[in-house]
Design a protein around this ligand. Sequence first.
Ligand SMILES: N[C@@H](CCC(=O)N[C@@H](CS)C(=O)NCC(=O)O)C(=O)O
Length: 207
Amino acid sequence: MGRYHIVGRAGAGSLIVEFLFREVGVEYDISFPDPADVKRPDFHARNPLGRIPVLICPDGHQIFETLAIINHITTHFDGLAPPVGSAIHDRYCQFMALLATSLYPAYHRQHHSHYYAEAAAFDDMRAKAVAEQAVLYDYIEAELAPYICGEMLTAADFYLYMLSRWDFDKAGIRANRPKLDALLTELRSRPSVSDSLAAQPRRRSTG
Ligand SMILES: N[C@@H](CCC(=O)N[C@@H](CS)C(=O)NCC(=O)O)C(=O)O
């Protein structure tokens, strides 16, 4: 069987794919094309918005959108999601959707503001994104026990950890949120995370 190939960017959304493959012991290849190259029309066949990550599977089919890629990994490899059909799986899906459709886009608005507004509106838009994220982080803090799915560490915790890395005030999101603080510290020390981060080409982290 061939190997998975991740099309990624240092410190960006491809991290979750690396974290999860390392967690389940799958070897993979990864390339980090120049950001300008993923905006070229030929890359749009892989992702119409020219965004990463894209996962190329061993049989050649491709997946973009982190939620879909994570679903592929948790479907094909055990241990990263609760059993399908259980109430805790519903909770897992709910958090995955919340992270993918609310927390992630709020980081995108902060790091890629030019897609959304003229420069004069950047500060206001970024402040609103941070305020929305504060509500979400408060909710997550209240729900952690100690992981998103209770005693089971799942892909959702790794996803949350990746997103938190893009915050402009990393200490701020941990302040007064002791459960979140403990979770992020634990995740950072896992070999799957620390080894992935150590292997990133040098580049600033961004969503
Ligand atoms: N909804 C997409 C978001 C992907 C995304 O925004 N990727 C970022 C890197 S983390 C990107 O390619 N940004 C460059 C751009 O938007 O031009 C997903 O979950 O995969």
